[in-house]
Write a protein that binds this ligand. Structure first.
Ligand code: ZN
Length: 55
């Protein structure tokens, strides 16, 4: 899976395999950043439902 090795420059958007952009020197990061966990997002709703349903 070479997709995990591919990074994108935070400065100019250039794709690179290094930790820094060879073009502008800005730090690169994964093009697919870790998204907010949906389970954690709905966790409070589940907890609210449990609290309302308990009893
Ligand atoms: Zn760059």
């Amino acid at each position: 899976m070479t997709d995990s090795l591919l990074r994108v420059c935070r400065g100019c958007g250039r794709y690179t395999l290094g930790a820094a952009c060879p073009g502008c020197g800005a730090p690169s990061s994964s093009p697919h950043p870790a998204r907010f966990s949906p389970e954690d997002r709905y966790g409070k709703y589940r907890r609210a439902l449990r609290d309302a349903g308990s009893g």
